[in-house]
Design a protein around this ligand. Structure first.
Ligand SMILES: Nc1nc2c(ncn2[C@@H]2O[C@H](COP(=O)(O)OP(=O)(O)OP(=O)(O)O)[C@@H](O)[C@H]2O)c(=O)[nH]1
Length: 299
């Protein structure tokens, strides 16, 4: 290798769109820093890597990659790729580090660090957007409760568990009474406010392990794992009374609404979700027939 070659390689390193440096692995002394790095952090002469490249260090960094760059015999062990947020400029870098023998035989760390701040931000935004999209796909747009698809899919898991372990499980369906009249009298927007108020009042009354969904229109349903008929009837009665107490103001008008409930229960997980939704729906139909604002059950 000639001096001319050395100059060429240095010129290439200085023109890279990446930080490149070489540091003695024992003393941490900086032996080389390319122009990209000098532009960011200043001149390396007489400095140790932790003094120039990081902020607030009084010694080698706790995250120094040196131990990962050598094998059990202390010889270069290949490339170590990692990400770090620099403490001086707070930008994120993907670092590719490796140990190598310097021209005088000592071990040095060569690091090539690419600024990934923007791509990391975009990746994080995409991941957050994906989470939001997934949540939206499962949520009823108006009330934020599970939509029918999410309700059924999560409900099937609860029923699977109940059937496998022979556990009790209950289903409650409820439907607002004469809701069409509220829409017709006060308008669809006020009807929406009633549906939201019902969801917000019912949500705090159900357990974390229950699944509460809006199946469509003014029809809601609840699946209660580990719950027998008597307990489910108590829950339904509590929800009925809570909904009957909701008061919605619309200008001068005060709007109340009641709801009818159908409950189905199974002590040993021997029924499936469809079967119990049908039973709860039949009971709900009876509650409507018998005068509304009441709880009926299948048992
Ligand atoms: N505001 C609003 N209304 C809805 C929504 N979805 C369905 N509806 C209305 O809900 C009403 C349901 O009416 P019905 O099925 O006759 O039931 P109901 O008037 O509650 O009568 P009963 O159930 O027999 O007590 C209809 O007027 C639908 O247009 C919604 O998202 N928002």
């Amino acid at each position: 290798m000639t001096k001319a070659h050395d100059g060429c390689f240095e010129a290439i390193l200085n023109n890279l769109d990446a930080l490149v440096y070489v540091a003695d692995m024992e003393s941490h002394e900086l032996l080389f820093l390319n122009r990209y790095g000098r532009h960011l952090y200043g001149e390396p002469a007489g400095k140790k890597c932790w003094q120039l490249l990081q902020a607030g260090q009084t010694g080698p960094c706790s995250f120094c990659s040196n131990p990962l760059l050598v094998d059990a015999h202390g010889e270069p062990a290949g490339v170590h790729v990692w990400e770090i947020q620099n403490t001086r400029n707070l930008r994120w870098y993907e670092c590719r580090d490796r140990a190598m023998r310097w021209e005088d035989g000592r071990l040095v760390r060569v690091e090539v660090a690419i600024d990934i701040t923007e791509s990391k931000r975009i990746k994080e935004e995409l991941a957050a957007a994906k989470l939001r999209a997934e949540a939206l796909a499962h949520a009823d747009e108006l009330t934020g409760l599970d939509n029918r698809r999410a309700f059924v899919s999560r409900g099937l898991q609860l029923f699977h568990h109940a059937s496998r372990h022979g556990r009790a499980i209950s289903v409650i369906m409820f439907d607002l009474d004469h809701f069409k009249l509220i829409n017709d009298t006060h308008g669809h927007y006020v009807g929406d406010r009633v549906l939201i108020a019902v969801a917000n009042n019912v949500r705090p009354l159900v357990r974390e392990s229950d699944i509460l969904g809006r199946l469509g229109g003014e029809e809601f349903a609840l699946i209660l794992p580990e719950t027998r008929l008597s307990e489910a009837l108590n829950v339904a009665e509590r929800l009925r009374a809570t909904i009957a107490d909701i008061l919605i103001e619309n200008g001068e008008a005060l709007i109340r609404c009641t709801s009818s409930f159908g409950v189905a229960a199974c002590d040993h997980g021997s029924k499936d979700l469809d079967e119990m939704l049908c039973e709860a729906d039949d009971a709900l139909y009876r509650a409507k027939e018998f005068g509304r604002n009441r709880v009926e059950y299948c048992g």
